[in-house]
Design a protein around this ligand. Sequence first.
Ligand SMILES: Nc1ncnc2c1ncn2[C@@H]1O[C@H](COP(=O)(O)OP(=O)(O)OP(=O)(O)O)[C@@H](O)[C@H]1O
Length: 784
Amino acid sequence: MFAATKFTPTPRKLRREKTTLSSNSDCDKEPVHVYCRLRPLSENNEATPCVKLLSHQELSLMYESKGIRKEIRYKFKHIFTAYSTQKEIFDHVAYPLLEDLMKGKNALLFTYGVTGSGKTYTLTGEQNNPGIMPRCIDTIFNSVGEFQAPKFVIKSDKMNGFEVQTEDDAMQDRMTEVRAKSKTPKSARKVNGDRLGDRFSYANNGMKIPLLNENSLYAVFVSYIEIYNNTVYDLLDEPTGKSLQNKILREDSQKNMYVNGVVEIEVKSAQEAFEIFNAGQKRKRMGCTALNAESSRSHSIFNIRVVQLEQIMWSNGKPTVPDRNLITVGQLSLVDLAGSERTSRTQNTGTRLKEASSINNSLMTLRTCFEILRENQRSKGNKMVPYRDSRLTYLFKSYFEGEGSVQMIVCVNPSFDDCDENMHVMKFAEMSQDVKIVKSESKNIMKKTITRNQTPAKVKIGGFTILPDIPIGKFDIENIEEIGTYIEKVGRALKQRKAKSKTVDKEIKEASDDFRKRLVELNQESVLSKTEIRSFKQVIHKQRQKTQNLEIKIKDLETVNADQASKNDELQDVIRSLHNIINEKDLKLNQNILEKEKTKQKIALASEKMSQELDAKLRKQREHLNAAMKAKDVQLRKVREILNTETIVATVETPAETENPLMQTPKSNIDHLHRRNMASSTPRRRRSRSVGDVWLEHNSVKPVPLGTVLQPTMKKRKSVTKLTKASDITNVKQSKYCLLAQEQDIDGEVETKLYKADIVPTCGGGAQVIFNDVERLRQESPTS
Ligand SMILES: Nc1ncnc2c1ncn2[C@@H]1O[C@H](COP(=O)(O)OP(=O)(O)OP(=O)(O)O)[C@@H](O)[C@H]1O
């Protein structure tokens, strides 16, 4: 039964799907590199593009919103213009990935963009203008050249691992392949190996990657799969019937995703690789849409794996695979994503519509995964990344969660028709640049090569064929017959010895060969063991160094800790003394508060006493003043009574005064009576009872001239328009007050009112205004 060691590439740390948290520090990570490629505008497009290049790393996208032209800026690692060549893109983006690949590192490169934006053109290119993939193949084969391992020494186990077998076994496999080929009719020779009928080629770019280790042999493997309507198909698989069988995705023991049972072909030349790619390309689902005559309807993934077999022995210019060797595997996945498309633009229906919705769904999941990864990395969160929502993201999980470089080329058609979709693409691209991926490390794995029929070399010690002895006879020297018989015996023995000596020689030669072989084996084993020991020693040395560093760090930390502890003690002392000071201050403060309280109480008592005394004094003074006021009021009343009596007397007794046209308002009932008596005999006249008085005439507004016959007599008067201060009234010279008011009645006639009053001084030094008369002067038109 076939027996071989299995190798699974680059073991990575165990990862949980749910988390992005790993022990890797940020310096072990690098962001997703995002490049942008602008394609030339197609001839039937408008002359002005919707993209303006600002620098090699920045562009602005013009768009219209509510009739207003706006622009948004986006930044990329590098922007390739419509004039950039395929070679420039390869040199800038893919060549560094190939350098890593040859060192056993992993990388994922994918093109992303709107349908028809140039993703396939960038990745595959055209026969006379090859894209990234053919250039990669050429560069790999130019580099490995004569350092290729004989075919089938390394074999894919179709489970993401490799088997290493001896040259003899590899030779047997090669013979089987030749026999199988000769039996297969030419028409049926499709993918595996010979595709002579399909001479698909690209011009060799002549580029090389300097090899690090010339004691290594290399084997290049390719596989080609597509994800169509969220189902995985192997494009290099033989179709069962008309269609390809769908494949399932699996995780290997190292938690790396792989396509179960995928056909992985060892290719020995670039030409062979192109033919295999071309065969797969023919099976890839393409379709004609309104936006692209050759639109990819699926996501396609072309995998290149370079396996490096180290510690090869060279004898007579030929490599020999030893029993044990170091093996390194690097993987480059070139992914041509199907383009996002809006049904409103493509007007797809039926199958195309289903394809479009599946494409858009998987791209949406890719965006969501990136968003959550970024969010988790930013907030150190642990949100579930929905890799399993789409086969595309599930397959790439190893890259996003594990190790490797992830690079994206965003393809942009700068037509205004694509503007809206380009905006979404660029938004995603910009966001992706924030996602960080753990850098890939090349790792060597020690592998033992086991032959299928392993029979360890045996060293023959002893047990050689024994030569017959030469008989020693006793005979009589004179007896010739006895001598003859003895000679015959010796001759026979010699003959036998001679016959057997060849066998013995052969046996000795075999034994010495075995011994030499065993010695070589032991030597090889000791060399390998020495290498192993050396590598173990290196590991131990590194570990020791790490331990020493850690010990130094621990010591440093302990010192820092001790310093901190002493500082802490000092600070505690300071805190304690501060507490004491605070307590003392608190005590003083409390005493002060107590004293203040006492003083307040004293003041309150004193002020209460004083206010009581003042109240008593005030009460006495008030009583005293009230008594004085009452006495004065009595006196005043008496004076007023006397004055009133004098006025009546004066009005009755002075005849001359009856002719006086002065109007005087009667004050008492007596005066009224008197006036009524006079009305029948004398014309209605009024006069002031105090001709000599000084009037304070208060005209708030300038009065309309009266123009009447009867005029108020105020010989001595002081006219004011406003009473502004108390002295206007209290002036002792003024004894009369007259307020003049005019108003118009409904007929437009003016009525003048004179409100007359006495100004009586009060005992407090003020004055009382006592109104006692109103004179109305009213003019009436004879017609009214
Ligand atoms: N940089 C370029 N220079 C010249 N022609 C280009 C360029 N990019 C794309 N094209 C042309 O544009 C057309 C569409 O390109 P391509 O098929 O690569 O688009 P795509 O993004 O892969 O589309 P889909 O997502 O539909 O598969 C092709 O005819 C291609 O030759």
